[in-house]
Ligand binder design. Structure first.
Ligand SMILES: CC(C)(COP(=O)(O)OP(=O)(O)OC[C@H]1O[C@@H](n2cnc3c(N)ncnc32)[C@H](O)[C@@H]1OP(=O)(O)O)[C@@H](O)C(=O)NCCC(=O)NCCS
Length: 156
């Protein structure tokens, strides 16, 4: 990345799909794990296009997709997902710009707090988020898969 290249952040367009899937497969090893069908990048994109697609952003450098971030706002809290930057251009501030962009979009919607989750295996990323003002909440994060991805209940 040189000083005469320009980074822009814009809304995701369906034509960006292949580039975004390739980026996610590089940035998120989970997307390469065939034993985890719930981690399907095409399904993630389709779901986001059906729900608040205006909060799905890509970073473009020299007409190439080099970053993504998704936001969501449910009327109570905002959430950030799928923050990723191409390995070739990391540590140039693109991740920081993407976070600022989704924060601005959620602020405009009146969102009072933005949450995110970091896999415990990626604990080193906490420093990245803390530098941007994020703090660990004293909570235990619980989740349950629904519909076709529901897990069988344990035998009682
Ligand atoms: C996390 C990620 C988006 C950061 O993107 P980036 O463009 O490299 O981030 P920035 O250049 O804005 O980093 C700003 C600062 O955060 C810190 N930082 C960045 N990546 C870091 C990492 N992996 N570990 C610790 N600190 C990090 C550094 O202090 C950096 O400043 P410096 O380069 O001057 O030292 C990128 O590493 C990535 O795509 N990782 C894989 C996907 C992922 O895990 N996403 C997060 C899911 S919760």
């Amino acid at each position: 990345m040189t000083t005469n290249t320009t980074l822009s952040i814009r809304r995701f367009d369906a034509a960006d799909t292949d580039a975004v899937v390739a980026l996610w497969q590089q940035a998120f090893p989970e997307y390469r794990d065939m034993t985890r069908p719930q981690r399907n990048p095409h399904l993630s994109i389709a779901n986001k296009l059906a729900t608040q697609p205006e909060l799905f952003f890509v970073a473009v450098l020299d007409e190439r997709i080099v970053g993504t971030v998704m936001g969501g706002y449910d009327g109570h809290r905002g959430w950030m997902y799928s923050l990723a930057v191409d390995q070739a251009v990391r540590r140039h501030g693109i991740g920081t710009r993407l976070v600022a962009h989704v924060e601005s979009a959620l602020t405009v919607l009146g969102c009072p707090k933005l949450n995110l989750q970091v896999l415990s295996a990626k604990a080193d990323l906490q420093a990245f988020y803390e530098a941007l003002g994020y703090r660990a909440d004293a909570v235990i994060s619980l989740g349950k898969r629904l519909g076709e991805f529901a897990e069988a209940a344990p035998a009682g």
